[in-house]
Design a protein around this ligand. Structure first.
Ligand code: GLC
Ligand code: CA
Length: 563
């Protein structure tokens, strides 16, 4: 392999590096037929809004047939549309509508597991000799108890489920209704590649690959003796044939299309990330990590919650990831998605005085790093955690099963409910807040998950009219990233690295040098600017004017351009 040419290619400029990805949770975006569930026609009806944001790519969470044990992450037919979401005609119309507006579509590829209602699994479970038996992982009872494997969603965290019919257990890293597919089986892999081609030939522009790091299992199933979830996740992400499968998938499918591919890097450590995205290895384009979002509340003494995390550690993580890709590969950046609480509640401050400022500040961060931003729908409005009081309000299998487990083991349920107000995935899955009408304009009937009651003040319609809204600030940022290539490709340099409240960095590309200053706290925070920045011009400010030269106001965000 010619090293010079591969590194040449590596530094290349490509559309998916320049893209801003907008993530839509279809169940919660727009209901078109008033059954309380968002659907494809609903998304189509909002395409002009999406276009108005200036984003380039839309990633849709799974839209395929599913009994919805885990909201579509349990697929029963990979080549059909979930009945709740509409029909294949609706899909074709949505794709055409996006392409007509110059927006690309990325779909979720969920192939670590299927639904237990998939035909493959029905066959597989029916007898030990069924031709589909080896599409899944089975442990026959005569071998004794299977070695402990950890399940992320199971009430007992047990990843083996006994099935009487064939007197065997099947493996499920997630819920009992999400049996893991057996990638060792070449027949299965062929099916998956064929299915991927089916969607790519329809014209989609890429895949976000759900827990793709887990697909390869050590099928001898050794005893592990692990104690923590983390140990299991890292083990799951390091299966013996993972990179062989990804290279095969690349050769058979991905390399034949001009597409975006991004791995959900569950359990993947920084030192292993290049194994997925080094272009010389011919696997995937990008991977998103959990090191940032896993950062727990600070042990550092700060005015709680100001900030609620250790900012120097946060800076170190994001600078480290930038550095990892300085020679080859390309990064991603996100602070919110359907598995995380709302960005502003988790990383900013959603109290009335700071919600708008801190939303804008966090968006400034996401859109000025050297990485492709994955921006979650609703964050452009500053939507906040819903903070349900009752377990009955939750629909998320992860939240509900953890609650059940605590109930069974006599755990502290009220402490858990308090924690879920900050961390449950349902916080970010509430319906999109379009306007101040009933159900936030999402539906005419009660939605599948309650609307956040703040929708009368936080919604797209009112923000659209306000030039200083969170929404219009986001639009400005998008334009800025498009205009200044330094924000995309420019060299990143962390400044004032130990500053406990301010994240400051420069981006440099050709003759252009930009400075980004972000106050992550709700108090005024001193900064020490190199005098060479004194004459810079202000490109954007979430206070809509220059900061003082020696301190940033609460949650202040500014971008300067050096003259
Ligand atoms: C990924 C998805 C999450 C889902 C899980 C199982 O982590 O993002 O929503 O529950 O995989 O498919
Ligand atoms: Ca609907």
């Amino acid at each position: 392999m010619d090293i010079a040419s591969s590194s040449q290619k590596d530094k290349s400029q490509t559309w998916w590096k320049e893209a801003i990805v907008y993530q839509i949770y279809p169940r919660s975006f727009q209901d078109s037929n008033n059954d309380g569930i968002g659907d494809l026609k609903g998304i189509t009806s909002r395409l002009d809004y999406i276009k108005s944001l200036g984003v380039d790519v839309v990633w849709l969470n799974p839209i395929f047939s599913s009994p919805n044990d885990d909201n579509g992450y349990d697929i029963s037919d990979y080549r059909n549309i979930m009945a709740d979401f509409g029909t294949m005609d609706d899909f074709d119309e949505l794709l055409a509508g996006m392409h007509a507006r110059g927006i690309r579509m990325v779909l979720d590829l969920v192939v670590n597991h299927s639904s237990d209602e998939h035909e493959w699994f029905r066959q597989s479970r029916s007898s030990r000799t069924n031709p589909y038996r080896n599409y899944y992982h089975w442990w026959p009872s005569e071998n004794g108890l299977p070695p402990k494997r950890y399940s992320i969603f199971d009430v007992n965290n047990d990843a083996w489920k006994y099935d009487e019919l064939t007197d065997s257990c099947y493996l499920h890293y997630f819920s009992v209704k999400q049996p893991d597919l057996n990638w060792e089986n070449p027949e299965l892999r062929k099916e998956v590649y064929g299915m991927m081609r089916f969607w790519l030939d329809k014209g989609i522009d890429g895949f976000r690959m759900d827990v793709i790091s887990f697909i390869s299992k050590d099928i001898d199933f050794p005893d592990l003796g692990f104690e923590s979830e983390q140990q299991y996740l890292q083990y799951y992400a390091n299966g013996p044939h993972l990179h062989f499968y990804l290279q095969e998938m690349n050769k058979e499918v991905l390399s034949q299309y001009n597409i975006l591919t991004v791995a959900e890097g569950a359990g993947v450590k920084r030192e292993d990330a290049l194994n997925f995205v080094d272009p010389g290895r011919h696997e995937l384009n990008m991977l998103y990590h959990f090191e940032g979002t896993d950062l727990r509340n600070s042990t550092v003494e700060n005015e709680i919650p100001d900030p609620r995390f250790d900012l120097p550690a946060f800076k170190k993580i994001y600078s480290g990831w930038d550095n990892l890709y300085s020679e080859k590969g390309w990064g991603t950046i996100y602070l919110g998605n359907h598995d995380q609480p709302r960005m502003v509640s988790r990383w900013g401050n959603d109290s009335p005085g700071f919600r708008e400022l801190s939303s804008k500040m966090l968006s400034t961060f996401l859109l000025t790093m050297r990485a492709t931003p994955y921006y979650y729908a609703g964050d452009e409005l500053g939507m906040a955690n819903v903070r349900f009081n009752n377990i009955e309000d939750y629909k998320d299998i992860a939240t509900i099963n953890k609650y059940r487990k605590l109930e069974m083991t006599g755990g502290d349920l009220s402490a858990f409910l308090e924690e879920m107000k900050e961390m449950s995935r349902d916080n970010s899955r509430t319906p999109m807040q379009w306007d101040a009408s009933d159900n936030a304009g999402f539906s005419n009937v009660n939605p599948w998950l309650k609307v956040n009651p703040d929708y009368q003040s936080v919604n797209a319609a009112s923000q659209d009219k306000d030039p200083k809204s969170v929404l219009n600030y986001f639009r400005q940022l998008v334009l800025l990233r498009k205009k200044h290539k330094a924000l995309i490709y420019g060299k990143y340099e962390l400044l004032d690295k130990d500053n406990p409240k301010v994240y400051a960095y420069s981006r440099e590309w050709g003759n252009e040098k930009l400075l980004v200053l972000l106050n992550f706290s709700r108090s005024e925070s001193p900064i020490q600017l190199n005098p060479k920045w004194k004459n810079s011009s202000l490109l954007i400010s979430n206070y809509y004017n220059d900061p003082s030269p020696d301190a940033l106001r609460p949650f202040e965000a500014v971008i300067y351009q050096m003259k």
